[in-house]
Each structure stands twice: as structure tokens, then as C-alpha cells.
Design a protein around this ligand. Sequence first.
Ligand code: PLP
Length: 224
Amino acid sequence: MSDLLQIEKNIMQVLNTLPPDVQLEAAAKTRSAEEVKAAIKAGISIIGYNYVQEAERMRKQIDAEVSWHMIGHLQRSKVKKAVKIFDMIETLDSIELAALLNAECEKIGVTMQVLVEVNSGEERQKSGVTPLEVESLIRRLGSFRHIRVKGLMTMGPWVENPEELRPCFRLTKRIYDHLRTLNVPHLEMIDLSMGMSDSYRVAIEEGANIVRLGTILFGPRSRG
Ligand SMILES: *Cc1c(COP(=O)(O)O)cnc(C)c1O
């Protein structure tokens, strides 16, 4: 079977096993435009990229009606470009980044959907907001008119056994549920993005409704 057919088959298989309320996002870093097109053909409607430049290159080659998500750390110097490319930033983690995003969106007259990234493993040096800071950040985001908070995203630490991520996913879901009970204007908590190829089953059990998959859809990434 050709590689592209294999990708289509992988995606249809995963789509068949996902609960109906869970959206499948393809984490497309390092994949060719042909591979991404095959994924879209098989039913992918959300494409996640870790780098602004790579997403920009791909957007020029792909004109399907899909949603483009930023899932890597967003550098401030890339915000201006990012607001023209992405439909959602899943990795918002500071008020400064939010202010920049808001300003650049205002300039071009768009509103950006964002997820707040939670550093659910409370790892030092890792991006994301610590669990205790999520609520206060989200409350402060209410003043930015060009940003719409849609939910939370988390990665969790690198682990051998995906079961070890369960507490991180559970904690993120608890914060998500708590935020849903708050009466914060302009806050619409509907998306919970958690789980990668090794861990998405655990993440879904813990309440994820967006899973970000790369390897299981496209095959192993070749090393640089
Ligand atoms: C690469 C990546 C994924 C997918 O990883 P796989 O293990 O290949 O499924 C998910 N989320 C983020 C943020 C990534 O960078």
C-alpha cells in the first residue's frame, strides 16, 4: 500500500474509534503537503503546527476548508504573522502574549480563538500556565476584545507509560469544569485539547474533546 493510502487508512481507523464528541486534530509537523492533503481527504478538518513558518508554507499549498491551529510555543516575534495564518492559538500562556495577539488581531480586524495552555505537570522550564494561575489569567483575558477563550490545552510531561499522564489530564479537566461554572463574560469553555498518539485514549477517558495525533496517523517522523 502506498504511504498516502496508509495515512488515509490510519485516519479512517482512528475516526471510527473516536467517540462522536471528540475532534481529531492532525499534528502535522515535518509532514509533506501530499501527506497533509491525504489526511484532509480522509476526514481531517483541524491541522496543528508547532511553527509559524511551517504552517505558512503549508497554507500556500493547501486550500481546503480546514482549521489551522498553533500548538507550539508562540514566540512574540511571530505573533504578527501568526494572526494571519491560524484560526486558533492553543498555547496562550501569558497576559503579555495575549496583549500582543489582541493588538495584532485588532490591526487586521479579526478575532482569534485561543486555548490557555496548562502546565499540568508543573514542570519547570515548560511553557503553559501553572494550574493555580489559570483562572486569574482567564479573568484578565476578558478585557481583550479580539481574543475569544474557547478552552484549555495541555501536554503533560514526557513519560514512558501514558497512564502516568492520567493525573495531569484529570487535573486539567477539573480546572476546565471549574471554569465552566464561573460567570466570566466572553468566556466560552468548550474545547479541551489533550492527548497525543501514545496517550489519547487515556486523555479521552479523562474528558478530552480534541486529541492531537501525529505518529499514529502519519507514521514515525524521520529524524532530522
Ligand atoms: C507532535 C505533537 C503532537 C503529536 O505527537 P505524536 O506523538 O506524534 O502523536 C501533539 N501535540 C503537540 C503539541 C505536538 O507537538
